[in-house]
Design a protein around this ligand. Sequence first.
Ligand SMILES: [Zn+2]
Length: 311
Amino acid sequence: MQNYQLFSGNPLDRAEKERRDENWIQKQLNLSSSKFLVLANFDDEDAGLKVLISPLSKQLIWINNEFIKFNKLEKPPVFLGFFEDISYFYIDISERNDLVRLLDNVENQAFYLIRSAAEILSLSNSGIVAQAVAQLNWHENHNFCSYCGNRNIIQRGGQSRICVSCNRHHFPRTDPVVITVVSSGEYCLLGQSRGRMTRGSFYSALAGFVDQGETIEEAVAREVMEESGIHVSDIKYLFSQPWPFPYSLMIGCHATANTTLINKDDEEMNDVQWFSRERIQKALLEPDSDLILPGSIAIAHHLIKSWAFKE
Ligand SMILES: [Zn+2]
């Protein structure tokens, strides 16, 4: 069974104790050994957040603090953690087109969309990207205090924000999402959501956010019922995946169907179908245009595969 997923395997020590000291963070920022990952959201043919990598060596590109000081970056770097006595940060240079162009033009390095980068990078590097991107997304969405509406400023090197008016602390959040392959004997249930995921014959496992006051098992049963009208039991957790779009945790499960009659949610789902194990195996082994399953970047791929091949 595949028990690791892309965007996991981050080797950094997040330095929970050390980062409480603002002076310690400042000291790390000024060390010439500290390294900085570069993220940027800029307009080119592929819109979206990108990360600077070396596609040839399949590694992240890290820059040093001289570059940051010299170019007078406005946004504060965010501390990710340390590894073998070196401190690692990320910086967001979205507002500096001049630097984006400069870094993008260096030989053997380029900005890649996050998903594309994750498919190129080593597993541990993809884990660092997941942490950096989820943190950046959270900071972008929490510039203002949710209690009083005043400005929130970064603390603990980016591990929290504090309101300048009411002093309330705000901590990064992770949104849990259950994703489930439901099976009935030699058949499994896959669906096609409306909107962005509606692509011809693309089918995936059913998924949805865990609601408040709900266990993982209850969320699986409710989501499957809402999207397909199928009752399930025997819900088993298999593995999980950090999914930094914007800051989710995918919780992968298998479940057994107690019923087979599909009654889909027309608003949310374009289609829901039972597929035979044989058909799923074929689509996994020899991808064809009649049934397109999620690629190996996504946990859904591994959940479907582990059911199809009884791994
Ligand atoms: Zn406030």
